[in-house]
Design a protein around this ligand. Structure first.
Ligand SMILES: Nc1ncnc2c1ncn2[C@@H]1O[C@H](COP(=O)(O)OP(=O)(O)OP(=O)(O)O)[C@@H](O)[C@H]1O
Ligand SMILES: O=C(O)C1=C[C@@H](O)[C@@H](O)[C@H](O)C1
Ligand SMILES: [Mg+2]
Length: 179
């Protein structure tokens, strides 16, 4: 059975949008872990956060374990998935991890802070999350893809990079085409 394609990155970096369309292009199923959690719990992420971030992270950890075992999927993860290394270990067992690396200014202009409890105090919080997490995204990914162009081009870059990754390249592949 084929491997999962797992997208990690900041809130607003494009994981859900790119993931859905990548899955369509590859004829794979798509799973958004935030949506999986909301469906399974029958409540929104914001409602879960009312019981504290630690409570959400435990639910997220369980969801990651479950989703990682289903394959082959394109998986869009929550922005904080990198905060527990067991999440990454589970996702890596059956999957290649792709960091969708989007410039903070572009994220700030697009992200929907109303649906993200960690961003409820506004966009300054996003900058501080970025500083805390950027090294984790880089460290944990197999492939880093710059989302600084049209979505279709980003998807082309991912498909090209996965082809390279599957044949003989191991370690970090950075696609940074200037178009
Ligand atoms: N390359 C791009 N060109 C134009 N718009 C983009 C691009 N990448 C992302 N966007 C837009 O940015 C917004 C955020 O994208 P998306 O919701 O897919 O991010 P996400 O990583 O899933 O965020 P979250 O972690 O909050 O769920 C969307 O409105 C999306 O259309
Ligand atoms: O960046 C984060 O920590 C989060 C991002 C969202 O995808 C959700 O998973 C949740 O709001 C937490
Ligand atoms: Mg999303």
């Amino acid at each position: 059975m084929g491997r999962n394609i797992v997208l990690i990155g900041m809130p607003g970096s494009g994981k859900s949008t790119i993931g859905k369309r990548l899955a369509e292009r590859l004829g794979m199923e798509f799973c958004d872990i935030d949506e999986y959690i909301e469906k399974k719990e029958g409540r929104t992420i914001s409602d879960i956060f009312k019981y504290g971030e630690a409570h959400f992270r435990e639910i997220e950890k369980k969801a990651v374990r479950e989703v990682s075992k289903m394959q082959p999927l394109v998986i869009a993860t929550g922005g904080g998935i990198v905060l527990k290394d067991c999440n990454i270990r589970a996702l890596k067992e059956n999957g290649v991890i792709i960091f969708i690396d989007r410039n903070l200014d572009d994220i700030l202009s697009d992200v929907d802070v109303s649906r993200r409890p960690l961003l409820k105090n506004g966009k300054d919080q996003l900058c501080s999350l970025y500083e805390d997490r950027i090294e984790l995204y880089k460290k944990y990914c197999d492939i880093q893809i710059l989302n600084d162009k049209g979505i279709d081009q980003v998807i082309d870059d991912i498909i090209e990079a996965i082809g390279m990754e599957n044949t003989d390249l191991h370690g970090e592949v950075i696609i940074s085409k200037q178009t």
